[in-house]
Design a protein around this ligand. Structure first.
Ligand code: NDP
Length: 328
């Protein structure tokens, strides 16, 4: 069991955590990134990325994350292959965290970048056809379904926004919802119902994704009527599962404030939590934008604010030392 100390302890290694690390390292904070269960975050499970600025050609999500990690290490970040299982926030700075390995991590500042996970239906075919017709992100993958018939599953804001977004690419978008009313905000519903290229199918749940991952991918959905139980098939080449995201905040339950959906609460327009020295960035605090580039942006903000916090902490510690020396 080892103890690792740093000026900036970062939990999570997606675009938010690694951007915080790049800025933190360049500011001399010698950050430690504890990578977590999915090193590189959600981008490692997407394939083509076309909307991250700076790359004219299509790039791969896993490659982008490898590059970010290499850059973070190049400027002085220590990457730890470990998962934080406990953290003490109440005692204030320095913050102590314990890894799955048994190692202890001590950081003068704590940057939380644990991200979020798209929820999946968990029905047959979903995992096998993921990236081959089944996706959980229209903004990331919608472009690849240009001219094709697509379906969105869900009835909340995300599902309606994704259906509307997909009309930029597809002539034929169907929203499939398990009930006969949507949970989404009225204004979004109005836009959805008014759209000439969107159809809504009510009271249907997806029982199975149909298709061959090895040839052609998704071809359709097996639907079950939630009222009558009747089964039917819906032909489609693209299905977007939009049944919500779950932020990875289990570790911070009862330690930091979360909103009604479980996202960490920060001071508006900043990555500051209510605890001085603790910052949250990326999808763990953002349920609205959820893009790699916005996560990277808030990661940068967290590092800049961490640096400011450390400067005031150092000043206070030096003052204390001076006062102690003067009174000795
Ligand atoms: P929500 O939890 O609001 O909605 C999830 C939807 O998926 C519900 O309609 C739910 O059905 C359906 N669903 C859940 N599980 C299943 C399942 N197993 N099978 C079939 N359907 C299922 O999630 P969202 O991602 O839409 O929104 C999350 C939060 O983010 C909300 O607070 C939302 O307001 C916010 N948000 C805000 C946006 C904005 O302000 N622009 C944009 C996107 C999200 P049912 O209704 O039957 O429960």
């Amino acid at each position: 069991m080892a103890t690792h100390t740093t000026r900036m302890l970062i939990i999570g290694s997606g675009p938010a955590g690694l951007s915080a690390a790049i800025y933190g390292a360049r500011a001399g904070m010698e950050p430690i990134v504890v990578q977590g269960l999915q090193p590189g975050g959600q981008l490692t499970i997407t394939t083509d990325v076309e909307n991250y600025p700076g790359f004219r050609d299509v790039i791969q999500g896993p490659w982008l994350m490898q590059e970010m990690q290499a850059q973070a290490e190049h400027v002085g970040t220590r990457m730890m292959w470990d998962t934080i299982v406990d953290v003490d926030i109440a005692s204030g700075s320095p913050f102590r965290a314990v890894g799955d390995s048994g190692d202890e991590y001590i950081g003068d500042t704590l940057v939380i970048a644990t991200g979020a996970q798209a929820k999946w239906l968990g029905v047959p075919g979903e995992q096998e056809l993921s990236g081959k017709g089944v996706s959980a992100c229209a903004t990331c993958d919608g472009f690849f379904y240009r001219g094709k018939k697509v379906a969105v599953i869900g009835g909340g804001n995300t599902a309606v926004e994704e259906a509307l977004y997909l009309t930029n690419h597809s002539e034929d978008v169907t929203l499939i919802h398990r009930r006969d009313e949507l949970r989404a905000e009225k204004i979004l519903q109005d836009r959805l119902f008014a759209h000439p290229r969107i159809t809504v199918i009510w009271n249907k749940a997806v029982d199975r994704f149909i298709g061959d991952p090895a040839s052609g991918g998704l071809t359709g959905l097996a639907l079950r009527d939630t009222v009558t139980g009747e089964m039917s098939e819906f032909a489609t080449e693209g299905a977007f599962v939009a049944i919500g995201h779950a932020p990875s905040t289990e570790l911070f339950k009862g330690k930091l404030e979360t909103d009604e959906s479980g996202y960490l609460v920060v001071e508006a327009g900043t990555p500051k939590t209510a605890v001085p020295g603790v910052f949250a960035c990326g999808d763990v605090m953002d349920h609205t934008y959820r893009q790699a580039v916005t996560a990277a942006g808030t990661g940068c903000m967290a590092a800049l604010d961490a640096e400011r916090f450390l400067a005031s902490l150092d000043f206070a510690r030096n003052q204390q030392k001076k006062e102690a020396a003067a009174s000795a």
